[in-house]
Design a protein around this ligand. Structure first.
Ligand SMILES: Nc1ncnc2c1ncn2[C@@H]1O[C@H](COP(=O)(O)OP(=O)(O)O)[C@@H](O)[C@H]1O
Ligand SMILES: [Mg+2]
Length: 466
């Protein structure tokens, strides 16, 4: 199997490999080198638009004629030609797509020498297993039989990754080509993509083939298709696809919170990529989201000290800190009200916010909370308004926040949100919406305050010697 970036010569190499094998098959007593091959692709469309096209570009065109090509019942190239040594090559290459179960059935009884699995990451493990059990049955004196495959980098939860990097099963070989671009670390953290002088097949590609594609592409796409790193290209299903309307839900301008209209509400997502979403519930029940604060690689105290508190003091100075409500994930705090190191405890005790865990953190409930505001109108206007400068939330709503597409053919998605740069602020927004709907565990805070007051008393007592 070979894994490489776009344009690295994988397909050309695969065609060449199969062709070599056809020519190198030991001749029988009549001097005939017979073999039968199958090229597999996941859809009929791709089979015709690329696999067959690529094959014919090299082996069946105006300049090269080695036999005849028939389109039905299965697209098949019958190669039949003499080699300089007087022997004859007599091979078939059948092209099969898996979205036509009929075609796969037609192959069933056939004796096969080997398979070419084109874009192997698009094929399910069941297909690979099926193929693996069927080669080597023709001809009787098979010189080589087996499967070859070419692919772009799959995700790390793909069977290919597991095989190539972990299991490394006997009898399999995995080749990994250098990327067309590589990461160059930037002084302030992060990276930029630069040309890789060690990339393969550069002399057959247009100048700057790889680097030219960088500016217009998403990082996740570059990583997989150009850099040849394991990963997933976000092609998932937007979580709020049904509810979200960019035109309707995003305000024309950045929004400001208005003190006389009610209290300020913060939704928090804790962890090393913390996010805080600031909103205000209007007297009529409409939720306005006015600010997103997002960081990476920080704990809660640093996030509060460097980002959240400065913003509260600067942008929301008319709101007394103790009246600001914060909502977050109930996990870890709901049970032990006296854990003063829980993030919500820290918000309460060290930053004087009025912090509550929400009543539940099941994803479905959280999405429903947001969905409620998105779906409903109040006084003829949407119940949800997003400030124009909340760019990350907005991109998330427009598709960045998504169910991950599963690596099987057909449209199937995982039931959990993909963890990415949009998921953290969106998690925070969900807690904010739950808070705005009053879906809060009030008793946690009472217990927590009682417990920390008790602790303070004990500390005070021990200091004074009582
Ligand atoms: N050995 C080669 N000689 C000449 N051109 C090649 C050779 N290998 C690949 N190419 C050309 O390089 C380009 C990319 O090759 P291709 O096999 O389609 O790459 P991949 O399948 O990895 O995307 C094609 O235009 C192909 O014709
Ligand atoms: Mg290719």
């Amino acid at each position: 199997m070979i894994m490489g970036p776009l344009g690295s010569g994988k397909t050309t190499g695969s065609v060449q490999r199969v062709f070599d094998q056809m020519c190198e098959q030991e001749p029988d007593k009549f001097g005939v080198r017979a073999s039968r091959w199958v090229a597999v692709r996941n859809t009929y469309n791709q089979l015709f638009s690329s696999t067959i096209k690529d094959w014919c570009e090299l082996l069946h065109n105006e300049k090269v004629r080695l036999g005849k090509f028939v389109k039905s019942p299965l697209p098949t190239h019958y190669l039949h030609f003499r080699l300089p040594d007087g022997t004859t090559v007599k091979s078939e290459m059948m092209f099969i797509a898996l979205d036509r179960p009929d075609d796969a059935n037609k192959m069933r009884g056939t004796q096969i020498t080997g398979f070419w699995l084109n874009e192997v990451k698009e094929l399910s493990k069941e297909v690979i297993d099926m193929c693996d059990g069927r080669h080597g049955r023709y001809p009787d004196n098979c010189s080589w039989s087996g499967m070859i495959g070419d692919t772009n980098a799959p995700d790390t939860d793909h069977w290919y990754y597991q095989f190539a990097e972990e299991l490394k099963p006997k009898g399999w070989k995995f080749f990994r080509q250098p990327g067309g671009v590589i990461r160059k670390k930037l002084p302030g953290g992060g990276h930029e993509w630069v040309e890789n002088p060690n990339a393969e097949n550069l002399h057959n590609l247009r100048k700057r083939y790889y680097i030219r594609q960088v500016p217009s592409k998403k990082d996740s796409w570059i990583k997989v298709n150009l850099a040849n790193e394991y990963g997933s290209v976000s092609t998932g299903k937007p979580i709020y696809e049904e509810n979200w309307d960019d035109v309707k839900h995003v305000s024309k301008y950045p929004l400001a919170a208005i003190p006389s209209f009610g209290r300020l509400m913060l939704g928090f997502d804790f962890g090393r990529t913390p996010a805080c979403i600031i909103g205000q519930l209007m007297p009529n029940g409409k939720l306005r989201v006015v600010k997103e604060l997002i960081a990476t690689g920080m704990g809660i105290r640093k996030f509060m000290d460097e980002i959240v508190m400065p913003s509260l003091k600067k942008d929301f100075k008319k709101f007394p800190i103790k009246d600001i409500e914060a909502y977050g994930d109930p996990s870890g705090t709901a049970k032990s009200g006296n854990d003063e190191n829980s993030p919500l405890g820290i918000l309460n005790d060290e930053y004087n916010l009025t912090a509550y865990p929400t009543a539940t953190n099941t994803p479905l409930r959280r999405w429903e909370s947001v969905g409620w505001f998105l779906d409903n109108d109040i006084d003829g206007h949407p119940a949800f308004e997003l400030g124009a400068d909340c760019h990350v939330l907005k991109k998330g709503f427009n598709g960045g926040y998504q169910f991950r597409r599963l690596n099987v053919s057909g449209e199937k998605y995982s039931e959990a949100a993909d963890k990415n740069s949009y998921s953290h602020p969106h998690d925070a927004l969900q807690y904010l919406c739950q808070g705005a709907q009053g879906e809060i565990n009030y008793s946690w805070r009472d217990q927590h305050i009682d417990a920390s007051a008790y602790k303070q008393t004990v500390v005070a007592d021990s200091v004074t010697g009582y």
